[in-house]
Design a binder for this molecule. Sequence first.
Ligand SMILES: Cc1ncc(C[n+]2csc(CCOP(=O)(O)OP(=O)(O)O)c2C)c(N)n1
Ligand SMILES: [Mg+2]
Length: 568
Amino acid sequence: MKHMFTKKKIVTKNNNVKTKKNVYDLSSNDNITLGGLFSKILLLNGTDTFFGVPSDLNMPILDAMLEAKLDKKVKFIGCRNELNASYMAEGFARTKPFTYCVIGSMVGSLSAANGFANSICEKNPILMIAGGNNSNDILDGKLSHHTLFKGINDQITSFEVFNTLGGKDNTFIINSLKPSGIFNTVTNISNSLVNFNSAYVHIPVNFQKITGQLDFSNCISSQFNHTITDFEQFKFYNIVNDWIKNNYNDDKTELSKLKPVFLFGSAYNHYSKFITLADDNFYNLMNSINAKLFYTMDAKGILDETQENVIGYYWGGITEEYKFKYFEESGAIVYVGVDFSDYNTSGYTSVIPPHFKINCKNIFINNKQNLRLNNIHLSNISKTISYSIEDVLNSNTDIFVETGSSWFYGAHIKLPKGCRYNVSMKYGSIGWCFPASIGNAFANPLRKTICLTGDGAFQCVLQELVTAQTYNVNLTLILINNNVYQIENVLDNEKYNDLPIIDYEAMAKSMKCKSVTTCTVDNFKSTLQKNNLLPGFNIIVLKISDKVIDNLLENWAKLVDKYTLHYP
Ligand SMILES: Cc1ncc(C[n+]2csc(CCOP(=O)(O)OP(=O)(O)O)c2C)c(N)n1
Ligand SMILES: [Mg+2]
């Protein structure tokens, strides 16, 4: 790593590709800036929007990206901090091949690291373009601002952090002015992104103004097109059909006698932006074998919940008794793309052994934990919240649901066909939901995005009210204001879980938000129906008591906590 910045030779991990001389396509030999190349790649992949925060370390590349003379201008959404920018980029990348998050290294990149990790977990790829300090100062051993160390180490600290998070194959540095070097780095970046891996590229500020024969955009973008054509194999019809052929000799009558049960997990979530995983052929096939279908909670939305054979979620020990009966009576329990965690199994409780596993991970069976919640009590308040939201959903809505009690309101929503449901249940970082919803609204301006979040989570990221209002994004924010970290409070009813009483309506209005309404459960349904029809950004602050706790939430939290704290 030490020789990364020596003047003689630039050694990067891309060496293997570098040795292949002139592999890049020079059919388009026009001069272009490095920033222009990044912008062109974005445009060629069907999008024009990226996110970030300006810094003296990234302004040359930002300017080059924005000023590039291309068919179309790209759009930079400046966020109020880098963490929010990385979440927003991830929300955007949920329905687009990828996007960029442009930040300065260290003071910016370290804040964005949490969102970068979230995007890795969810496989919605973002490229962090991090502007670094001037490499000349590094070589002279001078101390530069925003850094911890002098010399070479100041430049590589941020790089190393992202190398640790994203892996060496997804972490890059541009330290060469040679087109071949740039080509190799940008090719490797596009390799990461097409494989749904988020990537990091570090560009010292003095390299950011590079102009030259750098227009490799066509050959790099063609990689995306190539990959997209391979998605047929992930269609659930093809997966299940192959399985029936291989295991039952295509004898559907024999199989249907076994009352097959399928549990679908989140392994395929990230393909759903490119193809319809569960199409009519799939449901016809499932009907022909009399199958009952379930999904894990991190995959909610992957199945069409209006289909009769889609029974609902399986969520470990808080799964309803009637659902377990289907599993007990089945002679063919099949798990497809299931990736169990303590969150989606409620602390690895009531994990059912499958007869068949297709592309599954992390399936540990511990029958000692066969706990069940026989009686699920949903308060009228919970029902009102869930069903009022359900009523405004349609095939043109996308809902984003935050970690916290929102997950449990979301769980009871029966999704209409075509409504996209978004959670981040693997990483579970509070604050993700609001910026990610804004990102989605940028990506899908003609659809209505609905953000369901708690007050604790919202307080992490509420600066982005300004961004949502500035662009008047097509988004309804439902803020559940219970003045408590409720999901934590059920474990430990302590003062530290209380939240200060804040007049969110006044606060949002002071931040120039135009449509803000505070309501209670009594008028939530009518408020939501009215306000959700308004175009642009609307906020509904739903005030509820801190006493609203369903046993579904309470039991889930206790089971997960018991698992988390368990001793060897
Ligand atoms: C970044 C981060 N910090 C802390 C946590 C732990 N945590 C999980 S949920 C939660 C409270 C959420 O409170 P709120 O948003 O008000 O939701 P409620 O359950 O009250 O609806 C906390 C602190 C986390 N998941 N992520
Ligand atoms: Mg709360």
